[in-house]
Design a protein around this ligand. Structure first.
Ligand code: ZN
Length: 150
């Protein structure tokens, strides 16, 4: 797939970005808040929305607690309990039905508001790439839609 990213120098170059995240485990919540926040800062957007999307069927995006890493661990543990890798009855021949199920629960995107040039996240919130069939290299697409100038 071709990325909806313009070359540097174009006006919208700073409004869309794509970055690769290399995961290291089969089920893994990876905190990508710093990468997204850096892009928002570089974009110069003062207010608007920031969409974070992954073009994958076995990886998703969620927002949850980033302060205590045990929360991400416990979510990973629960995903694996909810959708065991070898549950009876799966038909999908690839053998990764559990990965698709976990991703369906999580979803492919999140939207975060931008105010005063920064992501509007609660004190404990972080943006996570949810790897459900790793380790792999995943693409994360970020697009900023600034508010129209008043
Ligand atoms: Zn599959």
């Amino acid at each position: 797939m071709s990325a909806p990213v313009r070359s540097a120098g174009s006006t919208s170059a700073t409004r869309a970005a794509k970055f690769a995240i290399k995961t290291s485990r089969r089920t893994e919540l990876r905190n990508i808040t710093a990468e997204v926040a850096e892009f928002v800062a570089r974009s110069g957007a003062v207010s608007g929305v920031c969409h974070i999307y992954v073009p994958h069927t076995t990886a998703g995006i969620t927002i949850n607690e980033g302060a205590d890493p045990d929360v991400a661990h416990d979510i990973e543990l629960t995903f694996d309990r909810l959708a065991p890798r070898d549950a009876a009855g799966y038909r999908h021949a690839e053998g990764n039905s559990d990965s698709h199920v976990k991703t369906a629960i999580v979803g492919s995107s999140q939207t975060v508001f931008i105010e005063r040039g920064r992501l509007v996240l609660g004190t404990w919130q972080a943006i996570f790439l949810c790897e459900c069939d790793g380790p792999r290299t995943r693409e994360v697409l970020v697009r900023i839609v600034p508010d129209a100038a008043a």
